[in-house]
Ligand binder design. Structure first.
Ligand SMILES: Nc1ncnc2c1ncn2[C@@H]1O[C@H](COP(=O)(O)OP(=O)(O)OP(=O)(O)O)[C@@H](O)[C@H]1O
Length: 360
């Protein structure tokens, strides 16, 4: 086991990049720590697979160095990189039994038979495959076949990393929840570095210790699920994580006050560092703006969504649309409601990047 370092890695498929927009992966510096579970999360085309393929060796980056521990592997072929990979679709041998499929990567490395048997039994138990060990893979469901693929990816204990590329795509939705929590448990038990590509935030947040949020070829934030939720460093993270995403309002900020559409409210911190001439936004998640029966800012109600577990109101503060929470005790909304904004969870963004305030 070893950490993986991306040292100013960047990639332009077209070659000879002249400007930043020519890169499908913009320069990226990061150390993937051994034993941690990471998710690469972002919309289609943001560069997740490109980054994963650079780590696996399917793509040689245009710039930068890739290190496994101290070893420079930037130009090494995949088979010399000591990684395991799990793809979207099952990669297994239909004519082999489940046990033979799981044992295959270990047999290839000529491990002693008792070691192979013990490891196969361990991985099969983790993935609920024990009862199927003697069955040929051919007759199994797509879900079971993908579980075998996952098992084959996890069976070696000496890999530098296990790379997953949207591994739950073919899994039945009802089984997905179970499998992604299982993968998390497997990660804890096996203590391997795992990197998991997905465009599904629930999958990323359930699985990962740290999530790398990507947009337009750039890693915009690397953080724990809680950091991404409570302190998005970029407006894209606020918008992409959460359901619905963060509210952003163009604002004028002075000291610890924000002014939006002629209405003023307090911020949790003092901002003396907001540069002039750049777009300033205040961001607050729907969970931290609520309809109140007490004093608040006047908002027009446009629509109410009752999601069972929670109710949301789509309102306007002046011209600015906001999604706000309707607490359980509030009933019978009028056309205009009072809303309160939690200053402790309100952030200020300048040119899309969060700026740090200071304690009042
Ligand atoms: N072989 C290639 N040649 C040229 N451009 C490519 C190639 N592979 C990917 N791209 C482009 O690079 C960008 C990033 O693609 P990539 O597949 O890494 O994104 P992604 O986030 O994994 O998307 P998806 O979730 O759809 O797989 C996209 O604009 C894509 O069109």
């Amino acid at each position: 086991m070893t950490s993986i370092t991306l040292d100013r890695i960047a990639h332009a498929y077209g070659g000879k990049p002249r400007s930043e927009s020519d890169y499908q992966l913009k320069p990226f510096q990061h150390v993937w720590e051994q034993g941690l579970a990471y998710a690469l999360l972002g919309p289609s085309g943001c560069g997740k697979t490109t980054l994963l393929n650079i780590i696996s060796g399917l793509v040689i980056p245009s710039e930068g160095r890739l290190l496994f521990g101290d070893k420079d592997v930037t130009r090494l072929p995949t088979e010399q990189r000591n990684i395991a990979q799990v793809f979207q679709f099952p990669v297994i041998y239909d004519t082999m039994t489940v046990a033979e499929n799981l044992a295959f990567p270990l047999k290839n490395r000529r491990l002693p038979k008792p070691v192979i048997e013990a490891r196969v039994a361990e991985i099969a138990a983790m993935l609920d495959l024990t009862a199927d060990l003697g069955r040929r893979a051919r007759g199994l469901t797509a879900d079971a076949k993908q579980k075998i693929s996952l098992g084959r990816g996890l069976v070696r204990s000496d890999v530098s990393a296990v790379l997953f590329d949207e591994p739950l795509t073919v899994i039945d939705p009802a089984l997905k929840w179970e499998l992604r929590s299982k993968l998390k448990a497997v990660h804890r038990a096996l203590d391997l570095l795992m990197i998991y590509v997905t465009h599904d935030q629930i999958e990323a947040l359930t699985f990962a210790d740290k999530v790398v949020v990507m947009n337009d070829g750039r890693a915009v934030q690397i953080g724990t699920p809680a950091e991404l939720f409570y302190r998005p460093e970029h407006t894209f993270v606020g918008y992409f994580i959460g359901s619905p995403g963060m509210n952003f309002m163009p604002a004028a900020v002075k000291g610890d006050r924000a002014r939006v559409a002629g209405f003023e409210f307090g911020l949790g911190q003092v901002y003396d560092n907001v540069p002039a001439g750049q777009p300033v936004q205040v961001g607050v998640r729907p969970e931290f703006v609520s309809v109140t029966s007490g004093p608040g800012l006047p908002a027009q109600v446009r629509r109410v969504a009752d999601l069972g577990r929670k109710r949301l109101a789509y309102v306007s503060l002046g011209d600015h649309p906001l999604v706000v929470t309707i607490p359980r005790e509030v009933e019978g909304l009028g056309e205009v409601v009072a809303i309160s904004i939690d200053p402790a969870n309100t952030h200020v963004y300048v040119a899309d990047a969060r700026v740090q305030g200071r304690a009042p």
